[in-house]
Design a binder for this molecule. Structure first.
Ligand code: FAD
Length: 592
């Protein structure tokens, strides 16, 4: 069975030596000294290794069941959820006004990686609650906030997000669920939602569904969509639970992975709902939830690759097959361990260099969110808005690829369920699809985010790269291995952006045919920047002679690999982008 050990040393390195959180001017960061974050991560790591990770395979095998309209989660999930609740983990980043601990997003993100790596299916219950909390807090009335948020922050009630309907996926203007106004100010919600994660379960006393629906007589399409709170149980004036609301589970989906999370068909039959924010403004409110959720799905992509990689690295050191071509490393044994073979090393280096780069990118993204929220920094807000589809799309595409590579290290044993490696590949696959399929993330990046505010944010990103290269050009240790390849990759990204600006207007297909390549090109440059920053931090630590010198040497060697073996992919992506839409659109629809 797979094991899991939290990467606390690496998380601490990113927090304190790369992002230098404790020295930052973001309110609340002053308390994040290394002792404090170390203690938090250690505790999270223990819970993850001892409780959550052993349940991961149980969740996969047992799945969720629906009996007489009641959904039951796999054995042990309820106890594990209660432990997370009792430990205060569920409200870590939430507002103290509603009972949360008010910790910065950056530390919540580091903890989240640990929990997601250990057990994604269980973690989805709380991550959707957090998304629902964010939308209610940002858009609902004070009365709704005080009714629903404290119990959600505590974990006594959980949340869901109801967008999808059979005919309505990416195109949310196609929503058919109806919300008719009642005299008392509430609404009567009717319709069917499908694929609702954590749609029903036995972990919490109540479930607060956030539902997109249309008020009859409103504008057509997306402009007519509103957002409603529809609780599973109605809530009495004194906060106690009242009657069952008109929402029921039609079925739970049989699916490829995340079996421990109940993906439900939910039927709304004249259910009582409460409008969140203004009528016909539902998409704006839902986007608060979706942006947050997209970042956490981007985290899921690399967190599962991280867990898979750990197990692949252990297996490669233990499994004996073949001999080292340069001379036996285990001469007394029947064969050498897999790890002696260069192709296995390549695979492990691909995985390790992606995971550590993505970890730094995600934590940097979380720090931008803190800066935007706590310092009111609109530049940080614009930058994270630009980077959100990159974090979601690139990291989940790569996360899947790396989970497959980890499985490959196990050969045939990786394909056999007993080893647990197939579960990582099956579980991580959903991250490429939900919260907006990755093709749509690429569309968002190229069609909306690139030109947002006159291209100001992409220019700011280029400025960060250029400044880093300029400020460190005298550093010989960085120059050839990190700064030079970063410069080349960043020029590829700029050339691609220029191509879209010039060609996209003439023929939008030229831009859209290259959108996925652009998202990947952008992702590589971001990870290249992260590796250059990490190499600098590790180099400084090596010069000082302090700390774990082997860790820093390993860090720099891993970064060199990324710059030499992964970053050159930017040239390929640029070439594809510049080939335009002609070959992509050459066939008529009937030729497929
Ligand atoms: C396990 C699971 C859990 C889920 N959880 C939830 C949940 O909690 N709440 C919820 O509301 N939904 C949930 N979903 C639904 C999920 O978000 C949708 O499946 C997803 O957004 C895509 O919608 P769709 O399946 O209808 O695909 P479609 O919208 O039909 O898209 C099909 C393909 O076409 C591409 N595509 C669509 N439009 C365009 C375009 N304009 N340009 C280019 N490409 C395009 C997409 O990228 C995709 O690859 C879940 C789904 C699954 C499988």
């Amino acid at each position: 069975m797979p094991t899991y050990t939290a990467p606390t040393q690496d998380l601490q390195f990113v927090l304190h030596e790369v992002l230098k959180v404790a020295q930052s001017d973001v309110p609340g960061y002053g308390e994040l000294d290394a002792d404090f974050t170390g203690a938090v991560l250690e505790e999270a790591g223990k819970l993850a290794s001892d409780v959550l990770a052993p349940l991961n395979v149980v969740g996969d095998r047992q799945g969720c069941t629906l009996e007489n309209g009641i959904v039951r989660t796999p054995a042990g999930f309820r106890d594990a959820y209660d432990l997370m609740k009792a430990g205060g983990w569920l409200g870590l980043g939430c507002d103290p006004e509603y009972g949360g601990q008010g910790m910065p997003h950056v530390i919540g993100t580091a903890v989240s990686e640990i929990f997601v790596s250990a057990n994604l299916a269980l973690n989805i219950y709380q991550s959707l609650t957090h998304g629902a909390y964010a939308a209610i807090r940002a858009h609902a009335s004070d009365e709704l906030k005080s009714t629903f948020l404290p119990k959600m922050v505590e974990g006594t009630w959980t949340g869901t997000m109801n967008l999808t309907e059979p005919q309505c996926g990416t195109d949310l203007g196609l929503v058919r669920t109806k919300a008719e106004p009642r005299d008392d100010g509430s609404f009567m919600v009717s319709g069917q939602k499908i694929f609702i994660s954590a749609g029903d379960h036995d972990l919490s006393e109540n479930i607060i569904h956030l539902v997109l629906a249309k008020i009859p007589g409103g504008p057509e399409g997306i402009k007519g969509v509103s957002l409603f709170i529809v609780p599973k149980f109605l809530v009495n004036g004194d906060g106690s639970l009242g009657a069952r609301n008109g929402v029921s589970v039609g079925s739970i989906e049989e699916k490829m992975g995340i079996h421990g999370n109940a993906t439900c068909v939910l039927n709304y039959d004249d259910a009582t709902g409460y409008l969140v924010g203004k009528a016909h403004n539902g998409i704006r409110a839902m986007f608060t939830m979706m942006n947050e959720a997209r970042l956490s799905v981007g985290l899921q992509g690399y967190a599962l690759a991280a867990a898979a990689y750990q197990n692949a690295a252990i297996y490669a050191s233990e499994r004996l097959q073949g001999r080292d071509v340069t001379g036996a490393k285990n001469p007394d044994g029947p064969a050498d361990p897999l790890i002696v073979h260069p192709d296995i090393r390549r695979s492990l280096m691909d995985q390790k260099s992606f995971v550590e780069g993505a970890r730094a990118f995600t934590l940097w993204g979380a720090s931008l969110i803190d800066r935007a929220r706590k310092n009111g920094d609109t530049d940080a807000d614009g930058l994270i808005s630009l980077l959100t589809p990159v974090i979601k799309g690139f990291q989940t595409d790569k996360g899947f690829e790396m989970a497959i590579q980890a499985q490959q290290v196990f050969g045939g044993h990786g394909y056999i369920e007993e080893q647990g490696m197939s579960q990582f590949a099956r579980d991580v696959r959903i991250t490429q699809i939900y919260e907006g399929a990755n093709g749509v993330q690429a569309l968002d990046l190229v069609g909306r985010k690139l030109g947002q505010d006159g291209g100001k944010h992409v220019m700011a990103f280029f400025g960060l790269v250029t400044d880093f290269i300029r400020d460190n050009k005298g550093d010989e240790a960085l120059s050839a291995d990190f700064l030079a390849p970063l410069k080349v990759a960043s020029k590829d990204l700029q050339a691609a952006a220029m191509y879209f600006m010039a060609e996209g207007v003439k023929n939008p297909n030229n831009a859209l045919a290259g959108s996925t390549d652009f998202m990947h090109l952008f992702g590589h440059v971001c990870l290249g920047l992260m590796w250059a920053q990490m190499a600098k931090a590790a180099g400084d630590a090596l010069s000082s002679g302090a700390g774990d010198q082997d860790f820093y040497r390993t860090k720099i060697a891993t970064g060199r690999y990324y710059m030499a073996r992964q970053l050159p992919a930017t040239a390929m992506h640029l070439a594809r982008i510049k080939s335009g839409a002609d070959t992509v659109m050459a066939l008529a629809a009937q030729d497929f």
